[in-house]
Design a protein around this ligand. Structure first.
Ligand code: UDP
Length: 342
């Protein structure tokens, strides 16, 4: 019998790409989302890409314990990948209670429902933000977590701790936290991708929206950092590569291959790329000219962060494959696809 994976927040940017890869790898899934930060565009895209019209979709809020229990009653769930969360750093500073309540209670509900239904494998979507301004680069999974600089970042740390402690106490729960670096790009079909509401916070959606004319000018935040070209360094990981890491992690859990009941993996490329490099690569591979200007640093940004990916490479048998250029092409194809629909 096929194993079933629950994808919470599965209609969003990362969740939709992960859904595709899970189906392509032979898993059944159930997608659940409250649609608070997306529409059905990506879920429809997932159905088109996989040729599967019958993917179960449940519109529900993971903060609603009864709804979560109903979901676990209805489906035999072998693993859950938990994406359902608010993710805007700035907004989390302005609305900490909203962020703590949403991001923590939805995850606690998943764990409680899983425990009440005989246990589950739980994959938590964490972030490189837990490392803060790391002293030693690249960061390994053993690098210290630094105090979070936003409520959003803190919810990632707290959820990691909740999972670690739960796994320790409950033999029916196994857990993996994947710490993402900077996921960018879109599916090669251009049928799913990032769909920011309002003005994008993240670099690549801002680049593509500037290139298409939705934004007048890209601001590059700071060119006086102690880096080779003065702009920040990040580890940009292709969204399809990132999605494949989830399949590898789920397989590891379901096949009983975990070495500890709670494991953490960095999901990145291991290569630092500067903001200016990324902007120039985008212009070059897509043959477009971007209107941009260097402005002041953005408060809260770290100078540089990139991953040591050895553990994920060895233990998950996974590594990032798509080049930054291919990824930037896919991001541009997605933006043009969206423009064509307007
Ligand atoms: N960035 C920028 N202009 C923008 C958005 C982001 O220069 O409009 C820079 C930001 O300062 C950081 C990098 O791009 O150095 C990646 O930012 P993003 O918000 O995408 O991800 P983060 O690393 O902050 O999670």
């Amino acid at each position: 019998m096929k194993k079933r994976v629950l994808v919470s927040g599965g209609a969003g940017y990362i969740g939709s790409h992960v859904s595709v890869e899970l189906i392509n790898s032979g898993y059944d899934i159930v997608v659940a989302d409250n649609m608070s930060n997306c529409d059905l565009t990506c879920f429809e895209g997932v159905k088109k890409i996989t040729g599967r019209e019958d993917i179960p979709f449940v519109k529900m809020d993971f903060c609603d314990m009864e709804a979560v229990n109903r979901l676990f009653d209805e489906y035999r769930i072998d693993a859950v990948i938990h994406f359902a969360a608010f993710k805007a750093v700035g907004e989390s500073v302005a609305k900490p209670v909203l962020y703590y309540k949403n991001n923590l209670s939805s995850f606690l509900n998943v764990l409680e429902a899983a425990m009440g239904h005989g246990g589950c494998n739980v994959l938590f979507s964490s972030s490189a933000t837990v490392y803060g301004e790391a002293e030693k680069l690249p960061v390994t999974e053993q690098s210290p977590r630094l105090p979070a600089t936003s409520p959003y970042g803190n919810t990632k740390q707290i959820c990691e701790d909740i999972l670690r402690d739960t796994v320790k106490a409950e033999s029916s729960i196994k857990g993996i936290a994947l710490r993402y670096f900077n996921p960018i790009g879109a599916h090669p079909s251009a049928l799913i991708g990032e769909l920011p509401r309002g003005v994008p916070n993240n670099l690549v959606p801002f680049i593509t929206q500037t290139a298409i004319g939705k934004r007048e000018r890209l601001s590059i935040f700071g060119n006086d950092y102690p880096t080779p070209d003065g702009t920040c360094l990040r580890d940009y990981i292709d969204i399809v590569d990132l999605a494949k890491a989830h399949v590898a992690a789920v397989r590891r859990m379901l096949d009983g291959k975990m070495k500890k009941d709670y494991e953490i993996f960095n999901i990145g490329t291991g290569r630092p790329v500067s903001v200016a490099e990324l902007v120039h690569s985008f212009e070059k591979v897509n043959g477009v000219k971007l209107n941009y200007a260097y402005v002041d640093r953005r408060p809260g940004d770290v100078t540089a962060i990139w991953a040591d990916t050895a553990l994920a490479n060895e233990e998950l048998g996974w590594k990032a494959e798509r080049s930054v250029d291919e990824t930037l092409e896919s991001a541009w194809a997605w933006e043009k696809h969206l423009a064509g629909k307007e």
